[in-house]
Design a protein around this ligand. Structure first.
Ligand SMILES: *Cc1c(COP(=O)(O)O)cnc(C)c1O
Length: 394
């Protein structure tokens, strides 16, 4: 571990990896496929809203691409998380285990259901939820009564675990699934950042009961705004589809709704964009890997900092590259962020830990020392696919 960090050297190294024509954002979309054709088709046929052939096609393409049995396209990733939690049985008054180090949507999705996020520490090797530490913690505070896991300190049922695959790197799902089995907890993956990421060969997002991906403008592919629920479970898929289409029963003309559903279905215009984007996934992934390798080479001999690399069991999408500052120089993080942004490099810190946000400060949590360390040390750096050259064969 180095005690030295040369901010100027780091910024120069970053600039050396990036095009020298001006400011470079953290993650920007690439529209190099059939986006115009497909969107124009929506306008020409006047199918722009939630009924339309691109929605079905996008769902089929997503299922094929991810290997999930079912994909349900919705308005955004947060809605997908909310519905995913709802269909595995999370109810008001429950607790859901989520990482402390995540984007706020993970915790918000829990709150929308009237449940309470319960914060879990991270693993240095994955940047995501730590299964071993979670296991030991649950041994201490939880008890399985009948088929329900109960937090003995709050008296509330714990009804799901929702890990998040940070920056596109998967958590260690095998040991996590064991913890879930032991404590009767359904696993719901926040795979918002991990489209294209594989864990031991399986695409993330449908290893647990279900998962959610996001197609926001800054994600690996975008539909403008959008998300999807992935699952291999037909009953869950049906329930999710029903809930996201205002719980309307099939009927040629009657308006029959059998519960309070949501208007969450993805519009055709967005799905058209998604179909075109998904066709480019192989080239996006190749370019993002090339950029990550370029950063790793460039920083190999730079003191005080390492470029985060995928865990051994993973093939990550490298959605966002991350520099990890050595602990001893973490106090230089803000100076680095400032210099980098001044130099046109769109660098960003990790998210503020959830329990530091006012609405989550009273939520239950375990010891979060690893997440706290990571929060101080992470600097995300520009990661758009367009920053690496297009593969020669495309
Ligand atoms: C982007 C993101 C979401 C939410 O996706 P939206 O489509 O923006 O609602 C959820 N969780 C994580 C970790 C994300 O990065």
């Amino acid at each position: 571990m180095s005690t030295r960090l040369d901010v100027e050297d780091i910024v120069a190294t970053l600039r050396g990896c990036l095009p020298d024509d001006g400011a470079v954002g953290l993650h920007e979309p690439t529209f190099a496929g059939r986006e115009w054709d497909y969107v124009k088709e929506c306008l020409d046929t006047e199918w722009v809203s939630t009924a339309g052939s691109f929605v079905d096609r996008f769902e089929e393409d997503l299922a094929t691409y991810t290997g999930a049995e079912h994909a349900i396209a919705v308005v955004n990733g947060t809605a997908a998380l909310q519905v995913g939690l709802r269909v595995v049985g999370v109810e008001a008054g429950d607790e859901v285990l989520v990482p402390a180090l995540t984007f706020v949507a993970t915790a918000n999705a829990v709150s929308y259901l009237g449940a309470t996020p319960h914060f879990v520490d991270s693993d240095e090797q994955t940047l995501g939820l730590d299964p071993a530490k979670l296991h030991d913690y649950l041994e201490e505070i939880a008890e399985v009564r009948g088929k329900t896991c109960v937090n003995t300190q709050t008296g509330r049922p714990i009804t799901a675990v929702m890990p998040m695959h940070t920056f596109g790197h998967p958590v260690d799902l095998d040991p996590l699934q064991e913890v879930c089995d032991q404590f009767h907890l359904p696993l719901v993956e926040d795979a918002a950042e991990s489209l294209g990421t594989r864990y031991k060969g399986t695409h993330t997002g449908h290893r647990g009961r279900c998962g959610a991906v996001s197609f926001n403008g800054n994600k690996t592919i975008t539909t403008g705004g959008g998300g999807a629920i992935l699952t291999d479970d037909e009953a869950l898929a049906e329930q999710a589809r029903h809930l996201t289409t205002v719980a309307k029963q099939e009927h040629p003309w009657e308006y029959l709704h059998d519960e309070v559903g949501y208007n969450y279905r993805m519009p055709n215009l967005n799905a058209a964009l998604g179909c075109a984007q998904l066709e480019q996934m192989p080239s996006f992934l190749e370019r993002k890997r090339a950029l990550a390798a370029q950063y790793r080479d460039a920083f190999a001999d730079v003191a005080g900092v390492t470029v985060f690399e995928e865990p051994s069991f993973a093939r990550s999408n490298y959605w966002l590259n991350a520099l990890l500052l050595d602990d001893a120089v973490a106090d230089k993080r803000d100076a680095l962020l400032e210099r980098a942004n001044d130099a046109g490099v769109g660098a960003r810190p990790a998210w503020t830990l959830m329990p530091k946000l006012p609405m989550y400060e009273d939520c239950p949590r375990m010891d979060l020392s690893v997440a706290e360390g990571l929060e101080r040390r992470i600097v995300n750096i520009p990661s758009s696919a367009s920053l690496a050259p297009a593969p020669a064969h495309s």
